[in-house]
Design a protein around this ligand. Structure first.
Ligand SMILES: Cc1cc2nc3c(=O)[nH]c(=O)nc-3n(C[C@H](O)[C@H](O)[C@H](O)COP(=O)(O)OP(=O)(O)OC[C@H]3O[C@@H](n4cnc5c(N)ncnc54)[C@H](O)[C@@H]3O)c2cc1C
Length: 309
C-alpha cells in the first residue's frame, strides 16, 4: 500500500534521509491529542536542501505532501495520512537575534518551539510575543495558524516569512504578499514555512515579564491540564465564544469513547487515554449540531482535520 501511495519515492528519500525517513509511522506519536493512524511516509529533513529534494521528488511523482509541526492543532484520522508527511527537523531550529535601524528582529527556524522563543524574547526585554508563552507547537505551525491568545496574534509581529514552494523553490514573503486572517495565514497553497522574522519592540524587561506571567496565569486558570488535547477545537464565532456556546448546549463532560468535552473549558476535547480520532470527531459533530439547534451558530473547526477518516 505504502509503495502504491508513494510512487516508488521511498528508496530515493531513504538514500537522502536514512533513519529520518520512517514508513508507516503512527502519527498519534506526533500529535498532542495522541490520536491518528499512520503516515505512509514520515520525512524529517534537517536542511533546506533535503526539504527541496523531498518536495521536488513528491511533486515529480504526484505524491501528496502534508506538513506537520508540533502536531498541536491537527486531528489526524484513524486511517492515517497517504503520501509523505514532512516534519522539519532540528536543522530548522536556529534563533538569530539582531538589532538595526528598523528595531529589534529575531529570525526563528520553523521547528523552534514558539513558547521557547517567547520566553527568550522576554528575557531580552523584547515585547510582542509574551502572549505566546504556553501555546504549544512550532514557529512554522504558529505562522500557518496565525496563533494567538489574549488579544495578540502572530500577524502583529511578523516581518517576513521564508519558505519553499511545492516544487522546492525558496521564496520570501513580506509586505503585501503576507496576509493574515483569524487563525490563518494566507500563504500560497503547499507553501512550507522554513523560518519567520519577527519585529519586536524594546521595553522594560520587568513589564514584559509581568504580561507574560499574566497570560500564563490565565491559561492555567482557564484550560484543562494533564490530558492530551488539541487546544481550542472550534474558532470563536464573531462576538461570541465557542466554549460558552458549547457549555450553554449542556455538553460539558459529554463523552464519546475515550474522548470527553472538558469540564474545565467546553471548547477543549480531551483524550482520557486510548481515544480514537473518530471519538473526537463524534463529539465535534454533536457540538456543532447542538449549538446550531440551540443558538443558530455553526461552529467552524479551528483544529485542522487531516488524513483518512
Ligand atoms: C493545550 C493547548 C493550548 C493551545 N492554545 C492555543 C492558543 O492559546 N492559541 C492558539 O492560537 N493556538 C493554541 N493551540 C493550538 C496550537 O498550539 C497552535 O495552533 C500552534 O501554533 C500549532 O503549531 P504546531 O507546530 O503544533 O502546528 P501543527 O498542529 O503541526 O499544524 C497546524 C497547521 O499548520 C501547518 N503547518 C505546520 N508546520 C508548517 C510549516 N512549517 N509550513 C507550513 N505549514 C505548516 C500544518 O499542516 C497544519 O495545517 C493550543 C493547543 C494546545 C494543545
Amino acid at each position: 500500500m505504502v509503495v502504491e501511495h508513494t510512487n516508488g519515492l521511498v528508496p530515493t528519500l531513504r538514500a537522502a534521509l536514512g533513519s529520518r525517513l520512517r514508513v508507516d509511522e503512527p502519527l498519534a506519536r506526533h500529535t498532542s491529542m495522541r490520536v491518528g493512524g499512520p503516515a505512509d511516509v514520515l520525512a524529517m529533513p534537517e536542511s533546506a536542501a533535503e526539504l527541496a529534494k523531498i518536495l521536488a521528488g513528491a511533486a515529480g511523482s504526484g505524491v501528496r505532501v502534508t506538513l506537520l509541526g508540533g502536531g498541536s492543532n491537527v486531528l489526524v484520522g484513524d486511517g492515517g495520512i497517504r503520501g509523505v508527511v514532512v516534519k522539519l527537523g532540528r536543522g530548522f531550529s536556529t534563533i538569530d537575534w539582531s538589532d538595526g535601524p528598523a528595531g529589534p528582529r529575531v529570525r526563528a527556524g520553523a521547528a523552534v518551539q514558539l513558547g521557547k522563543l517567547a520566553r527568550a524574547a522576554v528575557t531580552r526585554g523584547l515585547a510582542g510575543l509574551e502572549y505566546a508563552e504556553g501555546i504549544p507547537g512550532t514557529v512554522g505551525g504558529a505562522l500557518f495558524m496565525n496563533a494567538g491568545a489574549y488579544g495578540g496574534d502572530l500577524s502583529g509581529v511578523v516581518d517576513a516569512v521564508e519558505g519553499a514552494m511545492p516544487d522546492g523553490e525558496c521564496v520570501e514573503l513580506r509586505g503585501p504578499a503576507l496576509r493574515f486572517r483569524y487563525r490563518r495565514a494566507e500563504v500560497p497553497r503547499g507553501f512550507v514555512v522554513t523560518a519567520v522574522v519577527f519585529a519586536l519592540t524594546r521595553e522594560d524587561a520587568g513589564a514584559v515579564r509581568v504580561r507574560m506571567n499574566e497570560a500564563r496565569r490565565r491559561r492555567l486558570a482557564g484550560q484543562p491540564q494533564g490530558n492530551p488535547s488539541a487546544g481550542s477545537i472550534f474558532k470563536n464565532p464573531g462576538g461570541d465564544f465557542a466554549g460558552r456556546l458549547i457549555e450553554g448546549a449542556g455538553l460539558k463532560g459529554a463523552r464519546a469513547g475515550r474522548a470527553r468535552i472538558s469540564d474545565r473549558h467546553a471548547n477543549f476535547i480531551v483524550n482520557e487515554g486510548g481515544a480514537r480520532a473518530a471519538d473526537v470527531k463524534a463529539l465535534m459533530d454533536v457540538a456543532q449540531r447542538e449549538v446550531w439547534e440551540r443558538s443558530g451558530v455553526w461552529l467552524e473547526p479551528e483544529v485542522q482535520l487531516v488524513g483518512s477518516w
